[in-house]
Design a protein around this ligand. Structure first.
Ligand code: C2E
Ligand code: CA
Ligand code: CA
Ligand code: CA
Length: 273
């Protein structure tokens, strides 16, 4: 239609993704002001006792027109437009506030973005938030991903160590998905390793996933780290992981992430026992 021997490719999917990207990026500030970000909580259980040990806090965008938007979509956008900073502050404060009101002293795990951590001192924010909400530092866990360690600097390491000395635990999330997972294990004394759900989900039909999980358990134990398996969706995987010696379990089988402020009832025992 544009004439003159021109050929133009049009990719409808890519185009709508771009429009979405711009729309969501520009709408994010409004959403923050209007309180559209909400926190869901997914329970975590001890394999040894079957009792709940804590919750992982997972953010959602409850958009006025578009319904619930996944963090997989908006976190990368927020990391680019800078709003990851106020969103992370909201998540941390809300998670600590909610946890401080629970009757049982369960732990709460909060995800940190590497972009956020390179932009501001995380120890100041965490210290202030704990003071403000009165949550015991021993009840807070911070989940960092392997991508943080690709170019970790002394400042970030020192910050994390400081928090660890105050009783906060540091977990390495999505373990095994990076390029040099093993190298990162020696770069910081993590309290916990979270085996990525891709290994857990391949467990049933893939021997190499089991081999990797066994190796991670052995390594984690010798480095004095706890092991959590995430993404447990069926009873069979649960049993295999329990027998293999994994410490904590998380997954849809045991409980999906939900808005527990709306439903204050807590699960404190795995539905399997
Ligand atoms: P993640 O940290 O690996 O979080 C676990 C994700 O696995 C969650 O997805 C959870 O809903 C999902 N999941 C839990 N159990 C199962 C299961 O049995 N099967 C399957 N298929 N999935 C399961 P969600 O909530 O969509 O979060 C996606 C990612 O977004 C998170 O992955 C995390 O990287 C990021 N994210 C979420 N909340 C925050 C946040 O507050 N801050 C930052 N920086 N990132 C966040
Ligand atoms: Ca996580
Ligand atoms: Ca994970
Ligand atoms: Ca992840």
């Amino acid at each position: 239609k544009e004439g003159h021997n021109r050929v133009c490719c049009y990719d409808e999917v890519a185009d709508s993704k771009m429009m979405d990207y711009h729309y969501l990026s520009q709408d994010m500030d409004r959403a923050l002001q209007e309180g559209e970000f909400v926190l869901y909580f997914q329970p975590q259980f001890s394999f040894a006792t079957g009792k709940q040990t804590g919750f992982e806090a997972l953010v959602r965008w409850a958009h006025k027109d578009r319904g619930v938007i996944s963090p997989n979509i908006f976190i990368p956008i927020a990391e680019q437009n800078g709003l990851i900073i106020p969103i992370s502050e909201f998540v941390l404060r809300k998670a600590c506030q909610v946890a401080s009101k629970w009757e049982t002293p369960l732990k709460v795990a909060v995800n940190l973005s590497p972009i956020q951590m390179r932009q501001c001192a995380i120890s100041d924010l965490v210290t202030e938030t704990l003071l403000e909400t009165g949550l015991d530092p021993k009840r807070l866990e911070l989940e960092v991903t392997e991508s943080l360690f690709i170019d970790i600097n002394d400042e970030i390491s020192a910050d994390l160590l400081l928090l660890q000395r105050r009783g906060i635990s540091i977990a390495l999330d999505d373990f095994g998905t990076g390029y040099s997972s093993l190298a990162y294990l020696t770069s910081f004394p993590f309290d916990k390793i979270k085996i990525d759900r891709s290994f857990v989900q391949n467990l049933a039909n893939d021997d190499s996933s089991m081999a990797i999980i066994s190796a991670v358990i052995g390594m984690g134990k010798s480095l004095n780290m706890q092991i959590t398996a995430e993404g447990i969706e069926d009873k069979r995987a649960y049993e295999i992981l329990r027998l293999a010696g994994v410490d904590q379990a998380q997954g849809f089988l045991l409980g999906e992430p939900r808005d527990i402020e709306a439903e204050p009832e807590q699960t404190t025992q795995t539905p399997l026992l």
